[in-house]
Design a protein around this ligand. Structure first.
Ligand SMILES: Cc1cc2nc3c(=O)[nH]c(=O)nc-3n(C[C@H](O)[C@H](O)[C@H](O)COP(=O)(O)OP(=O)(O)OC[C@H]3O[C@@H](n4cnc5c(N)ncnc54)[C@H](O)[C@@H]3O)c2cc1C
Length: 500
């Protein structure tokens, strides 16, 4: 029996564990043991069920991610495999509106905007979000020739440079930065487009213009909707998906199916040693040692770095060069009758230009049915990010006070509306930053670890922070190790077509 030691019990580590379980169920002589330093599994995925103060009903509070991108298949596939597909939860799109703060006022994101490119003329022409010169500059995207890229040349650019070049600074400041940079909680002046949204670079090359590219994408989506209308009783397919009991339902179920008895929490891996004959030993914080035939490091890149340093300093250097920023979410619950503002929106984005302490707010109980009992409201504020690391030094009480006051100023929350409760979750160095050079760093890490038998790295620090990407990265590295042992499992993406 070959044993893989998985370090880290976030969704990437659990994705790896599920894949080893699948290999074992197909008759291969493999097993795993998973080591997680926190007292709980799930990593950044954390859902708390908070009883309503009245004793009737409950709130479902997501402290980390609250959804995944529906078009990516890995979460659906795992949900099917683990028997919770029916608990997938679409957003309530009857109330879908995104508000953006601009010059102190909230504006609705114009209908037809895809990422940051308008694809419908009238909503774009009539929105107060942009000035007229700003709109004209954005329209020039139709005429600006694409960047010249020689065949085979690596097309790398920051989000800031790309958006300013194609659509102007106002588009960056008022829309692209909070929308696109916000997903990664990243600085647009440093964020690598090739590592985060390579599709935008491809679109420019293919269509010569982003607006033309997104128009073609919109037409394709409309065509698909016409061709495959929703069947009666089928859940609507919305842009984002969650689970009825919050995102942690997914990781809890993955852990259960893979086998909780093979997972140890509350104990960290302190060091990693190649003990020869293709065997590994890890030393744990409780002083014990564990041996195995393979090791998957599914931790944050900064946590992987000291483990790799004695083995391969070039990998460790590349890991050390992946920066990360800290953030926190603060969820507040209210009585619906007291909030005093229109709740028909999914949330608010606060561009950096507005110089607010709040980065974004989600109207959780509007966006997701069932997140709050009837008559109650659940709102979530997001603070931190690369431009506001200072705020992370504030106490929990201060952060709750700050978010409450930002909700009053920005959303229009009534000053007398007092939270029924608050929940704060801190994510120190929780968001890897895919800065310029990220792909080269990841390629170096992958190339050098590919030739170390039985070793692999997985997780959101490398090829995508989204939850489906993280699952796939865990699965991919299991394949790497199993292939070294002559085990060839059917590729996961082949199954995906069946699952969604
Ligand atoms: C606030 C926030 C909101 C987000 N929102 C979304 C969203 O809505 N949708 C989305 O798709 N993505 C979102 N993301 C990104 C997504 O949550 C992450 O990319 C993803 O959860 C990372 O998973 P992971 O398994 O790679 O890492 P993690 O979840 O970080 O897991 C790594 C684990 O390794 C453990 N570990 C570290 N060192 C050791 C050690 N030495 N020994 C043992 N264990 C160790 C850690 O304790 C941790 O549990 C969000 C992220 C944050 C922070």
């Amino acid at each position: 029996m070959k044993r893989i030691i998985i370090i880290g019990g976030g969704i990437a580590g659990l994705g790896a564990a599920c894949k080893v379980t699948r290999a074992a169920s197909e008759g291969h002589e493999v097993e795993f043991v998973l080591i997680e330093k926190d007292p709980r599994l799930g990593g950044k995925i954390l859902t708390e069920i908070v009883p309503d103060p009245s004793g009737e009903g409950r709130f479902i509070v997501d402290g980390g991610p609250d959804c995944f991108l529906t078009e990516k298949t890995a979460c659906h596939r795992i949900a099917r495999l683990t028997g919770i597909f029916d608990d997938e939860l679409p957003t309530d799109d009857s109330r879908r509106r995104t508000l953006i703060l601009s010059r102190g006022k909230l504006h609705q994101m114009p209908d037809g905007v895809m990422m940051f490119a308008p694809t419908k003329f009238i909503p774009f022409a009539t929105t107060g979000l942009f000035s007229w010169p700003g709109k004209i500059r954005m329209g020039m995207d139709l005429f600006i020739p694409p960047k010249k890229v020689k065949p085979g040349e690596f097309n790398e650019e920051t989000l800031e440079s790309f958006v300013v070049r194609r659509m102007g600074r106002e588009c960056l400041d008022r829309l692209a930065e909070p929308l696109v940079g916000g997903v990664h909680a990243s600085d647009p002046a440093k964020m690598s487009l090739a590592a985060t949204f390579p599709r935008l670079l491809e679109m420019e090359q293919k269509y010569g213009s982003l607006m033309k590219g997104f128009l073609a994408a919109r037409r394709m989506v409309e065509e698909m909707r016409r061709k495959y209308p929703p069947t009666p009783g089928q859940k609507p397919r919305t842009f984002f998906t969650s689970f009825a009991n919050g995102m942690q339902q997914l990781t809890d179920r993955m852990a259960e199916v893979a086998g909780l008895e093979k997972m140890r929490t509350g104990v960290a891996v302190h060091s990693l040693q190649d003990i020869g004959q293709n065997r590994w030993a890890v030393r744990l914080s409780d002083g014990s040692t564990l041996e195995g035939d393979g090791v998957i490091i599914a931790t944050e890149s900064w946590a992987a770095e000291p483990l790799l340093r004695p083995l391969d300093s070039a990998i460790a250097d590349a890991l050390a060069d992946i920066p990360a920023s800290s953030s926190a979410t603060i969820s507040l619950a209210f009585n619906e009758t007291e909030v005093g503002f229109d709740l028909n929106a999914f949330g608010v984005l606060c561009p950096l230009k507005e110089d607010r302490r709040l980065m974004a707010a989600t109207y959780s109980s509007t966006k997701w049915p069932g997140r709050a009992p009837k008559g109650r409201v659940l709102l979530r504020g997001f603070v931190g990010g690369p431009h506001n690391q200072e705020i992370m030094r504030r106490s929990d009480e201060d952060l709750v006070r700050i978010v409450l006051s930002e909700f009053q100023d920005i959303l229009g929350l009534h000053p007398k509306a007092m939270p029924l409760f608050s929940r704060l979750y801190r994510w120190p160095l929780g968001m890897p930053q895919y800065t310029i050079g990220h792909l080269e760093r990841v390629e170096l890490i992958e190339k050098r670890s590919a030739v170390i038998p039985g070793l692999a790295l997985a997780g959101g620090s490398y090829r995508g922070v989204g939850l489906p990407n993280c699952i796939e990265s865990g699965e991919r590295v299991v394949s790497k190790i199993l292939n070294e042992w002559g085990i060839d499992l059917a590729e996961d993406h082949i199954e995906e077509k069946r699952y969604y």
